[in-house]
Design a protein around this ligand. Structure first.
Ligand SMILES: C[S@@+](CC[C@H](N)C(=O)[O-])C[C@H]1O[C@@H](n2cnc3c(N)ncnc32)[C@H](O)[C@@H]1O
Length: 236
């Protein structure tokens, strides 16, 4: 699997076409998955939230719209540039909400004081982080006792027919379609397949959350198990 600097470079190249590719490749379902993630966070008005691996900010904007004060953090500058443009005067969110704010940060060394947020989220990012346990531990550290850590990530569906269709789509269709729609000629969409296949099974991921110090971890499967939302809490 590629290391941090390679991942950064890959996402920098993908950034301009990232949202367009997401919508097309998922047929827009990714937006619904993020809305379900906001529900799983159970945002209260005025809460402070951190969205790690924020990318172009889709989850950050959804959380902000639900009433939180959100900081979106990512280590890839061009992704953050897109996020800021979306919230800027000519962006799609300009008229509806103020914020979130976006800043450069590595998920494995978050530049925030302990217990400074009510919740932390990560959508389709934890799989890319070199050491997911370190990132989960960091997310737990910056969240107050009793706060929530919520993860949205692809999983491997276990329903036989759907599983076969999913593997075919991810391995054969997505790398070509992704490259074509995003206009990027690197291996980003092949990497997407490889990283999803290499990612821990759901039970293992729940165990990883426990190892990272989070309590009461649970999961909700989405779209037949194509994706899952994991939620853990910081011990009170
Ligand atoms: C697939 S994108 C997901 C973006 C966004 N959360 C979404 O839902 O569309 C993964 C993002 O994780 C970021 N990322 C990967 N490893 C990271 C790390 N160690 N620290 C911060 N960001 C990281 C990448 O730069 C990229 O923007």
């Amino acid at each position: 699997m590629p290391e941090g600097p390679t991942i950064q470079k890959m996402f920098a190249e993908v950034a301009p076409g990232y949202d367009r590719a997401n919508r097309a490749l998922s047929l827009g379902i990714d937006l619904w998955w993020r809305r379900q993630t906001v529900r799983m966070v159970a945002v209260q008005k005025g809460e402070r939230g951190l969205d790690v691996c924020a990318g172009t900010g889709d989850l950050s904007f959804s959380l902000q719209r639900a009433g939180a004060q959100v900081v979106g953090a990512d280590f890839c500058a061009p992704m953050l540039t897109r996020a800021r443009q979306k919230g800027g005067p000519d962006g799609p969110f300009a008229a509806t909400i103020a914020g979130p704010s976006f800043l450069a940060a590595d998920a494995m060394a978050l530049p925030f004081p302990t217990a400074s947020f009510d919740f932390a989220t990560v959508a389709f990012g934890i799989r890319n982080v070199a050491d997911p346990k370190v990132a989960l531990r960091e997310m737990g550290r910056v969240v107050r006792p009793g706060g929530r850590v919520v993860v949205l990530e692809f999983t491997k569906p276990r329903v036989p027919l759907l599983g076969a269709a999913y593997r075919f789509y991810f391995r054969r269709v997505l790398p070509r379609l992704g490259a074509w729609i995003s206009g990027v000629r690197n291996d980003a969409y092949r990497y997407l397949h490889d990283s999803v296949m290499a990612f821990p099974e759901r039970e293992q991921f729940l165990a990883l959350m426990r190892d990272a110090g989070l309590v009461s971890p649970r999961q909700r499967l989405l779209t037949g198990g194509v994706a899952a939302i994991y939620r853990g809490e910081v011990a009170s």
